[in-house]
Structure formats: structure tokens, C-alpha cells
Design a protein around this ligand. Structure first.
Ligand code: HEM
Length: 256
């Protein structure tokens, strides 16, 4: 009969074996040189390498979708920094000069679009890069799924990908709120109601995310600004570096 010690040893071996078969102990520094011949980098070796194929599949462009997602993220970062120089993250309503209710955030958007040189185009680039990133990440996920690239040894990278697509969606949502106009308020009210519908902590969650839960005073803008420009970029960048680091170590799974 197996003793507790045996079970512990076996579990240890299995966990270690699981990790080792996916991330073998190789001199990783050497991987910066061309070491494909040593058989270390590709896990397993790609189909093209193994059979020395010279084929170019007509759907190779689909393998660029991860890279396109990353380029869109870089464009978003650069244009986002530029927008941040002029954007005022304050959505609290005030009585404007002409007697209408406005807020500093929306007024700063108008300044960016009408007065700042290239402001309109920078905002447009930010807007379209966000759309492209969401589409590219989704299509990249479909490519990975339909080529079976999520299977061993790339399961961990699929899971990182799941977190990345959630972060991408959150990026889109938080950016959508920032102009602080009627559309943003509509979107804010939807998430407030969704949060409030969560069991037990519903109201607390909505208050944490939006400041107010019955009438929007505009305080939510500052919170979502921090989510959009600090929390999500921090977590997202770390996960992207890990995700692409794993692709670098394991190689890209080619179609079989
Ligand atoms: C911000 C989002 C993402 C970025 C920047 C990104 C980036 C990349 C890049 C550059 C590659 C190399 C191969 C290629 O481009 O097709 C890759 C591969 C991979 N990605 Fe992503 N990705 C993202 C999201 C996702 C998502 C949502 C999933 C799945 C849920 C995913 C799962 C994978 C897997 C499993 C691989 C390895 C595929 C293979 O070896 O063929 N990624 N990713």
C-alpha cells in the first residue's frame, strides 16, 4: 500500500515533470543566439523544421494577429500619454458660463479636439487603435483555438491570454467612460446596475467602482481614469511581457 510519503513523492514528481516538460532547464541566455539546431527552443519542434518544409501557408498572416494586438497597444500607449497631457479627469457637473450643466472632463475633450494642434487626429488614433486591438485580440484567440495551439505545452499561455482578453475589454470600457458625455453615463449606469445585481456585495462593489450608485455625480470619472491609465496598463504590460516571453521560449506552434 502506498504510504503518505510515497504519495507526496509521486505528486512532487508529477508537478515537477509537468513543469519540466513545458519549461525545460536549458541555458536560456543561449536562446538569444540561433540555437534551433540544438532542438531546445521549439517545444515540440515546429512541423516546418522537423520535416524541413519550405511551404508558406496562405494563412500565415493570421499568425501576425498577436503582433498586431501588441502594436495597437503601443499606439494606444503613445497616443494615450499625449491625450493625458490635456485631459482633465473630473466629471463632476458644474454650471457653465452659458447656464448649461457641463463637466471639466468633457470640456477638456472639446479643447483637445478643437484647440490643441493635432488633438483631433491623436484622439482619432487612440479611438481606432482601441477598436483594432479588441478585434485583433479576439481574432488572435480564434486563430490559436482553431490551430489547436492552446494544447500542451502552451496551456499556461492560453490562460494568460484569457486574462489578457479580459484586460483588453476592460481597457475599452474604461476608455469609453472618459469623455464624460451622455454615452459614458449610459455605459456607467449599465455597469452600476450589473454590479448591484451581484449577490451580497453588489451595492458595495458599485459604490467602490463609481462613487455614487443612485444619481451619477461624475466622481466615477477619476476612478476609471486611474483604472484606464494606471492599473490596467501596469497589469496588462506585465501579462503581455510574460505571454510573449513564453512564446519566445516555446516557439510558435505551426499547423500540423
Ligand atoms: C493583449 C493581448 C495579446 C497579445 C499582445 C498577444 C500576443 C501574442 C503574440 C505576439 C503571439 C505570437 C504568435 C502570434 O502572434 O500569433 C502570441 C501567441 C499566443 N497567444 Fe497571444 N496575445 C494576446 C492575447 C491572447 C489571447 C486572448 C489568447 C487566448 C485566450 C492568447 C493565446 C496565445 C497562445 C496560446 C499563443 C501561442 C500560439 C502558438 O504558439 O501558435 N493570446 N500571442
Amino acid at each position: 500500500m502506498a504510504t503518505t510519503g510515497d504519495i507526496r513523492k509521486d505528486t512532487g514528481r508529477t508537478v515537477f515533470g509537468w513543469i519540466k516538460s513545458r519549461f525545460p532547464t536549458v541555458p536560456y541566455a543561449d536562446l538569444t543566439r540561433v540555437v534551433v539546431e540544438t532542438d531546445q527552443r521549439q517545444l515540440p519542434r515546429s512541423h516546418a523544421e522537423k520535416y524541413e518544409l519550405k511551404t508558406i501557408w496562405y494563412w500565415y498572416p493570421l499568425y501576425c494577429l498577436g503582433g498586431i494586438s501588441f502594436i495597437a497597444f503601443i499606439v494606444l500607449t503613445i497616443t494615450g500619454i499625449l491625450l493625458g497631457f490635456f485631459y482633465i479627469p473630473d466629471g463632476r457637473l458644474e454650471l457653465g458660463a452659458s447656464g448649461d450643466l457641463t463637466n471639466p472632463a468633457w470640456r477638456s475633450m472639446l479643447t483637445i479636439m478643437n484647440d490643441i494642434p493635432f488633438g483631433f487626429i491623436i484622439r482619432g488614433m487612440h479611438h481606432w487603435a482601441a477598436h483594432i486591438m479588441i478585434a485583433a485580440v479576439f481574432l488572435h484567440m480564434c486563430r490559436v483555438y482553431f490551430t489547436g495551439a492552446y494544447k500542451k505545452p502552451r496551456e499556461l499561455n492560453w490562460l494568460l491570454g484569457v486574462l489578457l482578453i479580459l484586460i483588453t475589454i476592460m481597457f475599452g470600457y474604461s476608455g469609453y467612460l472618459l469623455p464624460a458625455n451622455a454615452v459614458s453615463e449610459g455605459a456607467a449606469n449599465i455597469l452600476i446596475n450589473m454590479s448591484r445585481a451581484s449577490p451580497v456585495i453588489g451595492d458595495q462593489l458599485a459604490t467602490l467602482l463609481f462613487g455614487d450608485i443612485s444619481t451619477l455625480s461624475g466622481r466615477y470619472i477619476l476612478r476609471w481614469y486611474w483604472i484606464d491609465v494606471f492599473i490596467l496598463p501596469l497589469v496588462g504590460t506585465a501579462l503581455m511581457v510574460l505571454h510573449m516571453g513564453l512564446v519566445w521560449l516555446q516557439g510558435v506552434a505551426e499547423p500540423h
